[in-house]
Write a protein that binds this ligand. Structure first.
Ligand code: ZN
Length: 310
């Protein structure tokens, strides 16, 4: 820091060049979206999650992000519609996915965020790493790398670990504009042992997910050009859970509410005051990347938690 100040002083004295002229280059804006399937925020709070805690402290959060909108609640409260809403920015009456059969999908008209990004920034590098294969099979489009690691015998922990390595490789060796990284083992633990902050296996899965979040975020921060980049990190889940499930949860707050974290130097601080929705993820990411969100895209969400966007 002192060295930099000295250099600035030298530049000013030597050339009469103002500091703002010399350092007007905008940081390169980038987005990391982390999706943790079936993760309840109250269970994060009762778990030991230093990585998530720090990301929340370095940004803003909503502990009650709605997984269905006000206009339409016809879809089931499960992964197919949830991740479709998160990754397209529209509700299920538009993207057409009401359950995990993906019957009726309309991603041609309401595509994945990568496709919207590339309409505006064709040279953007977009990558997705998942362990729930239907995301890659059905939802992802316009990816430079779209990787999915199917768990063997529904053992997501091992698949998530491999996916973390892939995400770390991409974020360090490529130059991604946007990276989506998905973690599956929390939902698996919920289905087998219970979705609740008092269930040890569920909490342990969240703690393992937190480690993977830390691995990918640490890799991101180790990028050679990190000092000239402005990363926005968005973290959410597709639904909560109660008992051993989450289907048909339209009247169940523990299922109906997810959470949303928006973190980084571009994010606001503290609890987000307004209501938030899964469909806010795409407009938030695109707004950070300076993409003009077109009215004709008919996105249902809004940018939330950005210093400049409010
Ligand atoms: Zn799910």
């Amino acid at each position: 820091m002192h060295h930099l100040r000295g250099l600035l002083l030298l530049i000013c004295l030597a050339g009469g060049v103002s500091v703002s002229d010399s350092f007007s280059a905008e940081p390169s804006k980038k987005v990391l979206i982390i999706g943790i399937d079936g993760c309840r925020f109250d269970a994060i709070q009762s778990a030991d999650t230093p990585q998530l805690d720090q990301l929340i402290a370095d940004g803003c959060y909503d502990p009650d992000c709605h997984i269905v909108g006000e206009r339409y609640q016809g879809n089931d409260t499960i992964s197919g519609p949830g991740w479709s809403s998160i990754l397209t920015g529209v509700w299920a009456d538009k993207h057409g996915v009401n359950d995990n059969t993906f019957k009726g999908k309309n991603y041609e008209k309401y595509p994945h965020v990568f496709q919207r990004l590339k309409e505006s920034l064709p040279d953007a590098y977009a990558a997705s790493v998942v362990t729930w294969v239907p995301i890659q099979t059905y939802i992802v489009s316009a990816a430079d790398e779209g990787l999915s690691y199917a768990p063997e015998n529904k053992e997501y922990a091992a698949a998530d670990a491999v996916a973390s390595l892939a995400a770390q490789r991409i974020v360090t060796q490529q130059n991604p504009t946007i990276l989506f990284y998905y973690i599956g083992q929390v939902d698996e633990a919920g289905h087998s042992k219970g979705f609740h902050p008092s269930v040890q296996e569920y909490v342990a899965a969240i703690e393992q997910a937190d480690k993977h979040v830390g691995e990918v975020v640490t890799a991101m921060r180790s990028r050679l050009d990190y000092a000239n980049e402005q990363w926005l990190i968005i973290i959410t889940s597709d639904h909560g859970g109660r008992g051993l499930g989450h289907s048909g949860g339209h009247q169940v707050p523990e299922i109906l509410n997810s959470f949303l974290v928006v973190s980084g130097t571009a994010a606001m601080r503290g609890r987000i005051e307004k209501e938030t929705y899964l469909t806010d993820v795409v407009p938030t990411a695109l707004t950070h990347l300076d993409v003009n969100v077109k009215a004709e895209w008919a996105l249902d969400g809004q940018a939330v938690g950005l210093r400049s966007g409010l």
